[in-house]
Design a protein around this ligand. Sequence first.
Ligand SMILES: Nc1ncnc2c1ncn2[C@@H]1O[C@H](COP(=O)(O)OP(=O)(O)OP(=O)(O)O)[C@@H](O)[C@H]1O
Ligand SMILES: [Mg+2]
Length: 226
Amino acid sequence: MNLIELKNIWRIYKQGPETVNALRELSLQIKQGEYVAIMGASGSGKSTLMNVIGCLDKASAGTYLLEGQNITQRTDDELATIRNKTIGFVFQQFNLLASMTALQNVLLPLVYAGMEKEKRLLSAKSALKEVGLEERMQHLPSELSGGQQQRVAIARAIVNKPRILLADEPTGALDSNTAKDIMGIFNRLVDDGITVILVTHDAETASHAKRIIKLKDGKMLDDLML
Ligand SMILES: Nc1ncnc2c1ncn2[C@@H]1O[C@H](COP(=O)(O)OP(=O)(O)OP(=O)(O)O)[C@@H](O)[C@H]1O
Ligand SMILES: [Mg+2]
Protein backbone atom coordinates (compact mmCIF):
# COMPACT_ATOMS: atom_id res chain seq x y z
CA MET A 1 0.00 0.00 0.00
CA ASN A 2 1.16 3.52 -0.71
CA LEU A 3 1.69 5.79 2.26
CA ILE A 4 1.00 8.82 0.11
CA GLU A 5 -0.97 8.79 -3.11
CA LEU A 6 -1.80 11.93 -5.04
CA LYS A 7 -4.04 11.61 -8.07
CA ASN A 8 -4.35 14.41 -10.62
CA ILE A 9 -3.71 17.13 -8.08
CA TRP A 10 -4.22 20.76 -9.04
CA ARG A 11 -3.47 23.75 -6.84
CA ILE A 12 -4.78 26.91 -8.38
CA TYR A 13 -4.13 30.29 -6.76
CA LYS A 14 -6.50 33.05 -7.75
CA GLN A 15 -5.51 36.63 -7.02
CA GLY A 16 -7.93 39.05 -8.61
CA PRO A 17 -7.82 38.52 -12.35
CA GLU A 18 -4.67 36.41 -12.13
CA THR A 19 -4.63 32.65 -11.90
CA VAL A 20 -1.54 30.61 -11.05
CA ASN A 21 -1.57 26.88 -11.61
CA ALA A 22 1.03 25.99 -8.97
CA LEU A 23 0.36 22.26 -9.39
CA ARG A 24 -1.06 20.85 -12.59
CA GLU A 25 -2.53 17.37 -12.69
CA LEU A 26 0.22 15.98 -10.53
CA SER A 27 0.11 12.29 -9.62
CA LEU A 28 2.56 10.72 -7.23
CA GLN A 29 2.93 7.67 -5.01
CA ILE A 30 5.28 7.35 -2.07
CA LYS A 31 5.72 4.23 0.01
CA GLN A 32 6.47 3.95 3.72
CA GLY A 33 10.20 4.33 4.36
CA GLU A 34 11.06 6.07 1.12
CA TYR A 35 13.59 8.89 1.02
CA VAL A 36 12.56 11.39 -1.64
CA ALA A 37 14.12 14.65 -2.81
CA ILE A 38 12.00 17.16 -4.69
CA MET A 39 13.85 19.48 -7.02
CA GLY A 40 12.95 22.10 -9.59
CA ALA A 41 13.39 25.77 -10.40
CA SER A 42 12.04 28.50 -8.16
CA GLY A 43 8.28 28.72 -8.64
CA SER A 44 7.97 25.17 -9.98
CA GLY A 45 5.59 24.20 -7.16
CA LYS A 46 7.85 22.41 -4.66
CA SER A 47 6.61 24.18 -1.54
CA THR A 48 3.03 24.00 -2.77
CA LEU A 49 3.42 20.25 -3.17
CA MET A 50 4.93 19.90 0.32
CA ASN A 51 2.09 21.92 1.80
CA VAL A 52 -0.49 19.69 0.13
CA ILE A 53 1.30 16.50 1.20
CA GLY A 54 1.63 17.93 4.72
CA CYS A 55 -2.08 18.83 4.93
CA LEU A 56 -1.16 22.48 5.49
CA ASP A 57 -2.99 23.29 2.28
CA LYS A 58 -5.72 21.64 0.26
CA ALA A 59 -5.61 20.82 -3.42
CA SER A 60 -8.03 22.69 -5.68
CA ALA A 61 -8.81 19.45 -7.49
CA GLY A 62 -7.67 15.86 -7.43
CA THR A 63 -7.52 13.15 -4.79
CA TYR A 64 -5.22 12.63 -1.83
CA LEU A 65 -4.98 9.23 -0.17
CA LEU A 66 -2.91 9.10 3.02
CA GLU A 67 -2.31 5.62 4.44
CA GLY A 68 -5.00 4.39 2.06
CA GLN A 69 -7.61 6.82 3.37
CA ASN A 70 -9.15 9.41 1.13
CA ILE A 71 -8.55 12.68 2.98
CA THR A 72 -9.44 14.99 0.10
CA GLN A 73 -12.66 16.25 1.67
CA ARG A 74 -11.54 16.49 5.29
CA THR A 75 -12.16 19.69 7.24
CA ASP A 76 -9.30 21.89 8.41
CA ASP A 77 -9.70 20.55 11.96
CA GLU A 78 -9.57 16.95 10.78
CA LEU A 79 -6.50 17.74 8.69
CA ALA A 80 -4.84 19.35 11.71
CA THR A 81 -5.38 16.16 13.71
CA ILE A 82 -3.94 14.02 10.91
CA ARG A 83 -1.01 16.41 10.62
CA ASN A 84 -0.20 16.35 14.32
CA LYS A 85 -0.25 12.57 14.44
CA THR A 86 1.43 11.70 11.18
CA ILE A 87 3.66 14.47 9.89
CA GLY A 88 6.68 16.40 11.11
CA PHE A 89 7.90 19.60 9.42
CA VAL A 90 11.31 21.20 9.07
CA PHE A 91 11.81 24.52 7.31
CA GLN A 92 14.75 26.47 5.93
CA GLN A 93 14.45 29.17 8.61
CA PHE A 94 14.11 26.73 11.56
CA ASN A 95 11.00 28.54 12.89
CA LEU A 96 11.92 28.04 16.54
CA LEU A 97 10.28 30.13 19.24
CA ALA A 98 12.95 32.67 20.20
CA SER A 99 11.94 33.05 23.84
CA MET A 100 12.02 29.32 24.53
CA THR A 101 15.00 27.08 25.14
CA ALA A 102 15.80 24.19 22.82
CA LEU A 103 14.16 21.81 25.25
CA GLN A 104 11.01 23.94 25.57
CA ASN A 105 10.74 24.16 21.78
CA VAL A 106 10.88 20.38 21.52
CA LEU A 107 8.43 19.92 24.42
CA LEU A 108 5.81 22.12 22.80
CA PRO A 109 4.24 19.58 20.40
CA LEU A 110 3.95 17.15 23.30
CA VAL A 111 2.15 19.73 25.40
CA TYR A 112 -0.32 20.16 22.53
CA ALA A 113 -0.64 16.39 22.25
CA GLY A 114 -1.60 16.28 25.94
CA MET A 115 1.23 14.01 27.02
CA GLU A 116 1.89 13.90 30.76
CA LYS A 117 4.76 15.94 32.09
CA GLU A 118 7.33 13.29 32.96
CA LYS A 119 6.77 11.39 29.75
CA ARG A 120 7.09 14.62 27.83
CA LEU A 121 10.46 15.34 29.29
CA LEU A 122 11.76 11.87 28.50
CA SER A 123 10.51 12.05 24.90
CA ALA A 124 11.91 15.53 24.30
CA LYS A 125 15.31 14.63 25.74
CA SER A 126 15.42 11.47 23.67
CA ALA A 127 14.61 13.43 20.49
CA LEU A 128 17.35 15.95 21.32
CA LYS A 129 19.74 13.08 21.90
CA GLU A 130 18.85 11.63 18.52
CA VAL A 131 20.01 14.83 16.84
CA GLY A 132 23.09 15.09 19.07
CA LEU A 133 22.04 18.19 20.99
CA GLU A 134 21.58 17.02 24.56
CA GLU A 135 24.21 19.27 26.13
CA ARG A 136 22.80 22.46 24.70
CA MET A 137 19.16 21.87 25.41
CA GLN A 138 18.88 24.67 27.98
CA HIS A 139 20.05 27.28 25.46
CA LEU A 140 17.91 29.76 23.58
CA PRO A 141 17.89 29.59 19.76
CA SER A 142 19.92 32.84 19.66
CA GLU A 143 22.67 31.06 21.59
CA LEU A 144 22.88 28.25 19.05
CA SER A 145 24.51 28.03 15.62
CA GLY A 146 22.34 27.62 12.52
CA GLY A 147 23.11 23.92 12.36
CA GLN A 148 22.27 23.48 16.03
CA GLN A 149 19.01 25.39 15.58
CA GLN A 150 18.08 23.13 12.69
CA ARG A 151 18.81 20.12 14.89
CA VAL A 152 16.40 21.47 17.47
CA ALA A 153 13.82 21.95 14.71
CA ILE A 154 14.35 18.34 13.61
CA ALA A 155 14.02 17.11 17.19
CA ARG A 156 10.77 19.06 17.48
CA ALA A 157 9.56 17.57 14.19
CA ILE A 158 10.23 13.96 15.24
CA VAL A 159 9.32 14.11 18.92
CA ASN A 160 5.75 12.96 18.21
CA LYS A 161 7.15 9.99 16.25
CA PRO A 162 5.57 10.96 12.93
CA ARG A 163 5.62 8.50 10.06
CA ILE A 164 6.45 11.28 7.62
CA LEU A 165 9.06 14.04 7.85
CA LEU A 166 8.72 16.91 5.39
CA ALA A 167 11.66 19.27 5.04
CA ASP A 168 11.49 22.31 2.74
CA GLU A 169 15.08 23.30 1.95
CA PRO A 170 16.34 22.26 5.40
CA THR A 171 19.95 23.01 4.50
CA GLY A 172 19.26 26.15 2.47
CA ALA A 173 20.49 28.47 5.24
CA LEU A 174 23.49 26.35 6.25
CA ASP A 175 27.07 26.05 5.07
CA SER A 176 28.00 22.87 3.24
CA ASN A 177 29.67 21.09 6.18
CA THR A 178 26.76 21.79 8.51
CA ALA A 179 24.41 20.72 5.72
CA LYS A 180 26.22 17.37 5.57
CA ASP A 181 25.67 16.82 9.29
CA ILE A 182 21.99 17.55 8.88
CA MET A 183 21.78 15.13 5.95
CA GLY A 184 23.44 12.53 8.17
CA ILE A 185 20.58 12.94 10.63
CA PHE A 186 18.02 12.44 7.85
CA ASN A 187 19.85 9.28 6.75
CA ARG A 188 19.52 7.89 10.27
CA LEU A 189 15.83 8.77 10.45
CA VAL A 190 15.23 6.94 7.17
CA ASP A 191 17.11 3.94 8.59
CA ASP A 192 14.71 4.09 11.54
CA GLY A 193 11.80 3.80 9.11
CA ILE A 194 10.59 7.40 8.83
CA THR A 195 9.53 8.48 5.36
CA VAL A 196 11.55 11.58 4.51
CA ILE A 197 10.59 14.01 1.75
CA LEU A 198 12.83 17.01 1.29
CA VAL A 199 12.98 19.92 -1.08
CA THR A 200 16.40 21.06 -2.19
CA HIS A 201 18.08 23.09 -4.91
CA ASP A 202 21.33 21.33 -4.27
CA ALA A 203 22.30 18.19 -6.22
CA GLU A 204 24.71 17.06 -3.49
CA THR A 205 21.93 17.25 -0.89
CA ALA A 206 19.51 15.46 -3.22
CA SER A 207 22.04 12.66 -3.79
CA HIS A 208 21.44 11.47 -0.20
CA ALA A 209 17.88 10.56 -1.16
CA LYS A 210 16.95 7.34 -2.94
CA ARG A 211 14.52 8.97 -5.31
CA ILE A 212 14.51 12.35 -7.00
CA ILE A 213 11.35 13.97 -8.27
CA LYS A 214 11.78 16.99 -10.52
CA LEU A 215 9.01 19.51 -10.98
CA LYS A 216 8.58 22.00 -13.75
CA ASP A 217 5.72 24.49 -13.92
CA GLY A 218 3.70 22.48 -11.44
CA LYS A 219 4.09 19.22 -13.30
CA MET A 220 6.26 16.19 -12.77
CA LEU A 221 9.22 16.41 -15.13
CA ASP A 222 11.17 13.45 -13.85
CA ASP A 223 10.97 10.68 -11.26
CA LEU A 224 14.30 8.91 -10.77
CA MET A 225 15.17 6.04 -8.46
CA LEU A 226 18.83 6.27 -7.40
N1 LIG B 1 -0.17 31.95 -1.60
C1 LIG B 1 0.03 32.10 -2.91
N2 LIG B 1 -0.75 32.90 -3.66
C2 LIG B 1 -0.54 33.04 -4.97
N3 LIG B 1 0.39 32.38 -5.68
C3 LIG B 1 1.21 31.57 -4.98
C4 LIG B 1 1.08 31.38 -3.58
N4 LIG B 1 2.01 30.49 -3.17
C5 LIG B 1 2.70 30.16 -4.27
N5 LIG B 1 2.23 30.80 -5.37
C6 LIG B 1 2.71 30.66 -6.75
O1 LIG B 1 2.69 29.29 -7.07
C7 LIG B 1 3.84 28.92 -7.82
C8 LIG B 1 4.61 27.83 -7.09
O2 LIG B 1 5.13 28.37 -5.88
P1 LIG B 1 5.99 27.50 -4.85
O3 LIG B 1 6.19 28.33 -3.66
O4 LIG B 1 5.34 26.18 -4.68
O5 LIG B 1 7.35 27.32 -5.66
P2 LIG B 1 8.74 26.66 -5.19
O6 LIG B 1 9.07 25.62 -6.20
O7 LIG B 1 8.64 26.24 -3.77
O8 LIG B 1 9.75 27.88 -5.36
P3 LIG B 1 11.07 28.26 -4.48
O9 LIG B 1 12.17 27.36 -4.96
O10 LIG B 1 11.32 29.69 -4.85
O11 LIG B 1 10.74 28.08 -3.04
C9 LIG B 1 4.63 30.20 -8.02
O12 LIG B 1 4.29 30.75 -9.26
C10 LIG B 1 4.14 31.08 -6.90
O13 LIG B 1 4.23 32.45 -7.24
MG1 LIG C 1 9.60 26.86 -2.01
